[in-house]
Design a protein around this ligand. Sequence first.
Ligand code: ATP
Length: 342
Amino acid sequence: MSAVITAEGLTMRFRRPVKRPGLAGSLKHLVHPEYTWATAVADVNLSIEPGESVAYVGPNGAGKSTTIKLLCGILIPSAGRVEVCGLQPHRNRQRNAANISVVFGQRTQLWWDIPVIESLRLLGDIYSVPATEYQRNLTEMVDVLDLAPLLPVPVRQLSLGQRMRCDLAAALIHSPRVLFLDEPTIGLDVAVKAKLRELVGRMVRERGLTLMLTSHDVGDIEQLCPRLVMLDAGRVVYDGRYAELSRRFAWETKITASSAVPLDGHPELAVAQIPGVTRTDRPDGTTLRVWFDNRVATCGTVVAGIVDQFRISDLAVDEGAAEDVIRRLYSGDLEYSTEEPA
Ligand SMILES: Nc1ncnc2c1ncn2[C@@H]1O[C@H](COP(=O)(O)OP(=O)(O)OP(=O)(O)O)[C@@H](O)[C@H]1O
């Protein structure tokens, strides 16, 4: 099977004006403009098969939306190559548009003043969707997204959650092969999130839709995307299964050991000397928390070292879920590494 999305060495640099402060600075810039270059996407390689669901994640400013814009043909790459359904998006914007759809959580593609159903009909005409296919898509989406009461309402009168349901319907009315969702569930309540995820999941399973999702909501990723590509400062730092994340990146295991009586002395200092222990602290008088590098030490050796210091009355071991790993990677608490754990 050949990939539906490929990127090779994909790079996007933006030129930014350097302006000195004040009127003099503005005038100088008019006469002698100065610029710097900022790299938003750096040498990204991607290969996504038809029917795959990929979460494209990373901290704010990592380059996710820029990549989506490159894949939609909105931006022209500074370097590298990109193909979507066999087309270079920026050279074939119109043909590319027939194959793809994009939903930006912050924006609508519906016409503000006309009823939702008219927007859907218009999109059906623009994309020349055959009548039977249009009707089948509409019926399915009205059913899953509960759209019936919204169809006659002008978009300007819809709440955010109602509008997003209609936006997703609009994105899928022409049966695209690829769907890009950029923060689709931002600001939505749990019920609306569930409806959106249900429809997208169904389209992937039943129609072979290829999905590329950017989201800061781990629920979207967990429920829709077995594969996760993580960006940091424009570069891919992880491309693999979501479930692999913990194994690959969660080097630290946390042990919380409690004592029935207040701890004597400074057991945290002695425990910190155990090989592999990265840090320790005492959140209260009876509890010791120990973080260790699980590639270097085992839980057994660390617990044995704690037992040498005091009698443990309660013990919890926290391996860290993938969600926790993502949060810690973003905050810099965990380090990216391509090394496999020992
Ligand atoms: N048109 C532009 N001109 C100059 N710089 C830009 C432009 N668009 C994006 N950038 C810069 O490129 C970098 C990546 O931005 P991008 O919007 O792709 O990030 P993101 O990962 O989608 O972030 P977020 O999670 O905050 O939406 C940022 O530093 C941003 O300031």
